[in-house]
Design a protein around this ligand. Sequence first.
Ligand code: 4AD
Ligand code: MG
Length: 449
Amino acid sequence: MVKTIWIGDVQAGKYDDQEVELKGWIKRERGSNKMRFIVLRDSTGNIQCVVKKDALGEELFQEVKNVLIETSVIITGVVNADERADGGHELIATAFEIIGPVNPERPFPINKESLEAEDEDGEIMPGGSEFLLDNRHLYLRTSRMTSMLKLRSSAFGAIHNYFRNEDFIEYQAPNFVTGAVEGGSTLFEVPYFGRTAYLTQSWQLYAEAAMPALERLYTIAPSFRAEKSRTRRHLTEFWHAEMEMAWATNDEIMIHGEGVVRHVARTMLEEQEQELVSLDRDLDLIARYADSPYPRMRYDEAVEILQGKGVDVEWGQDLDYSKEKILTQDFDVPHFLTHYPKIAKPFYHRVDPDEDKYVLCHDLLAPEGYGEIIGGGERTWSEEEILARIDEEGTPREPYQFYIDTRSYGGVPHGGFGLGVDRVVSWLAGATHIREVIPFPRTSRRVTP
Ligand code: 4AD
Ligand code: MG
């Protein structure tokens, strides 16, 4: 049963004039009483199959004529190179077998009309309508979504490769936790045998506990945020690539943030050129993201730029999506923003010893209006300072006792960052909304299917 011949390879010219057996699903079909044109799809591409009544005989041809979209089939035929055909090849069928039929009373619900429906805000965004979100399990088969999932896979692979090549150790933290990492407002509460636990917002605090053991560690795991905000870049469950390293300054950590993002861009170009083209992505742009250094700018400068553009922003505020969008519209490559005000960031950020109203942190903002893809920086690493910062924030010490303890036994300067994998894929793919790049998006409005 195992499949050995892929449509992508047929279209690449590997089987010209040979008889092949193609397994796949019917994407489109049309034709006459004598001849049918069936577009067959598999995970690697599409090909038109020409099915003639003469070749199959009356009975089988009738079956082919009645076949419905998304029926799974095995079509045998001879590959014919033809410039006029989509992809440069067609298959002249010699045999046709239906494997999984489609119930004629419930034809495949996704069609041209449903693909062009409006979403809840009256906008037309790919896959954005309630109908398509309800039918997400079927929408996954569309070519756009398939391309997105392939880009996503390349991003995950590239992140693992980058960190492993840089001698980072993959390390897992619990997802049930009792303390917030990124502030309490976005915590999901979970009943936990008579107690209250939360779904983790970040791997970081538990990674810091292993930092004296492993020194350089990373993960790719889900993180959870009870985000009510309905933006094009927020999920309640997102995939978080995080790293932590001992003996590192903010500047040294940023080198890896830049390194991993550029490696993802490079890998996408190498592995998924065809998918990027099919998504109308400009390959030169992705090459620029892969090859150019990412400039660094202080928060204060960003606020000045925004104020210069007439944006209502005050020093001390964290920059939200609307502001980052305006700021990054003119960027030609991602930019780091460093030295945010202490009051805008959680307790674990290390205060700048040169000027204590700032912390030694960074956000990496993607261009084209996409905004923040990485957040990270140096950690408050001495016991005395971490206690002072927790008390200053008015945060209870109790849930963080293990974290404080790690500072009591040979604390060292260290830091790390978190990268939103879905956000990076969304930006590099040129997606209109973050839900385009994750198979079953979870947002404040949707946990089904
Ligand atoms: O900036 P954040 O909140 O930083 C942290 O969680 C740190 N503890 C990470 C660390 O230093 N280890 O989140 C990091 C990144 C963001 O830059 C963004 O890319 C992504 O995670 N992110 C989200 N992605 C999708 N949906 C959401 N609701 C996200 N919240 C954060
Ligand atoms: Mg952040």
